[in-house]
Write a protein that binds this ligand. Structure first.
Ligand code: PHE
Length: 453
């Protein structure tokens, strides 16, 4: 069935409210929660990092997410056209968001591909209790040539199929199945992890703040993680909420989505950190934690049980990554549909081909191209740094500044309260967050990202 180029009238909508919540939470919950959050917590002193991360989620997560929801739902347009319609001077914010989504999608599928590859590695029994052996297995995959590119392609094809089908038929259906499955799998693995002898010490590390470790560096790491994990600052939530009906309670959604995202991050931490401590592995090993330590942890459970838990885990990680990259691809695709008037299938295909080429470069930069560096980073790290340390904070800064200072308080109030039909008691607090608190916090992250602080 051919889809017409979408106009405001014929635009798809989320069929159900729960479908939107699942899709938005599916975007937020991804490698950021399950791969990045636990290793950052392990690296940055545990409890102190977690505490500051939670503060950031409550302040920025709620405030900026609501700002994005309001813009998207009001205009019923994806981010570039949304800003073009509201205030032409802010169009660059939308363009920067599309660029950020594009750049993140230039390496995210590589990690997604590793995750798919690990499902098969675990099936074939390629896992061991020895961190050194696991390091070699991971190094051989990530530093290889054809194999990681093959798995990246498999991962990208999954994205293409779902996004090409359109918003309600594809993403909504996928998210409704994926999210509950993800939660159930996580809970099972958390129970396994915290019942290991010695796991309590790990739980304490994760939740009892050691304030001597609350340095500026740790706080900024936590802040950056909150930003990335919640999919904020790049118009992703603007695009998703542009498919929302005017009856939706935006305030409620801006509370539920960060709450779900944070629950998954905390569950992921409770799955990985206690087991890591209990089994005597290195908490501070960084990005390798998921791909090196976790399979080793499963291996210590014996070949059969370990395999079952290992397969469950990497299926879960792949699903989480998938719902996030779907949203990133959707930001780019809906820009091409709304702004360039492309047909959906064409937009998905052409975008995906370019992304695949970027992913090949990102993947090779972990191996044979590692010598090619831009400002001291390989291609993979550079893409990650450029999108997350520069584009997302700049985007978030201008989104909140726009809502706080430029849109007009009355117009914002009308939209956020569905024309005064839903109550929003702390409206003025939220406006204060948008005007001052969030932009100032973001400016600090940004300056640290560039290395000025
Ligand atoms: N939030 C996603 C994750 O945690 C990544 C993402 C960032 C998705 C920005 C969309 C936009 O993995």
């Amino acid at each position: 069935m051919e889809k017409q180029p979408t106009t405001e009238k014929s635009r798809d909508q989320f069929v159900s409210r729960i479908g939107f919540i699942f899709a938005a939470a599916g975007s937020a919950v991804g490698l950021g929660n399950i791969w990045r959050f636990p290793y950052l917590a392990g690296l940055n002193g545990g409890g102190a990092f977690v505490l500051f991360y939670l503060i950031c989620v409550i302040v920025i997560g709620f405030g900026l997410m609501l700002a994005e929801f309001v813009i998207g739902r009001h205009t019923q347009l994806s981010s570039v056209d949304a800003f073009k319609k509201l205030d032409k001077r802010f169009t660059f914010v939308g363009v920067m968001g599309v660029l950020a989504a594009f750049i993140i999608m230039g390496y995210y599928p590589v990690v997604g591909g590793w995750s798919v590859a690990y499902i098969f590695k675990i099936v074939l029994g390629e896992f061991s209790t020895e961190p050194a052996v696991m390091g070699e297995i991971f190094g051989a995959l990530s530093g290889g040539i054809m194999s990681p590119i093959f798995w990246t392609a498999i991962y990208l094809i999954m994205n293409i199929v779902i996004v090409a089908k359109g918003i309600s038929a594809g993403i909504e259906k996928a998210s409704k199945i994926m999210m509950p499955t993800l939660f159930a799998l996580l809970v099972i693995l958390v129970i396994r992890s915290v019942t290991l002898p010695g796991a309590m010490e790990g739980l304490r590390y994760l939740f009892v703040p050691d304030f001597s470790k609350m340095t500026g560096e740790v706080m900024l790491a936590a802040l950056g993680q909150a930003f990335f994990s919640l999919s904020l600052g790049m118009g992703c939530m603007i695009t998703y909420s542009s498919y929302l009906s005017k009856k939706e309670n935006l305030v409620q959604s801006a509370i539920i989505v960060p709450a779900m995202d944070t629950s998954v991050a905390l569950l992921a931490g409770m799955m990985i950190i206690p087991a890591t401590v209990a089994l005597g592995f290195d908490l501070g090993q960084g990005p390798g934690l998921v791909f090196v330590t976790v399979p080793a942890i499963f291996a210590t459970m014996g070949p059969v049980v370990g395999r079952i838990f290992g397969i469950l885990f990497f299926v879960l990680l792949t699903l989480a990554a998938l719902t996030s990259s779907l949203s990133l691809l959707e930001v780019v695709v809906s820009y091409l549909i709304d702004n360039r008037k492309w047909e959906r299938k064409r937009a998905v295909m052409i975008t995906s081909i370019i992304l695949f080429l970027m992913c090949i470069a990102a993947s090779l930069s972990m191996g044979i191209w590692s010598g090619f560096q831009i400002i001291g980073k390989n291609i993979f790290d550079f893409l990650d740094w450029f999108a997350n340390s520069l584009l997302l904070p700049i985007g978030g800064l201008f989104i909140t500044l726009y809502v706080g200072w430029f849109w007009g308080k009355d117009k914002v109030k009308t939209e956020v309260t569905n024309n005064e039909s839903v109550k929003f008691a702390i409206f003025n607090v939220w406006m204060f967050l948008c005007k001052f608190v969030i932009p100032i916090i973001i400016a600090l992250v940004l300056l640290s990202g560039i290395g000025i602080i």
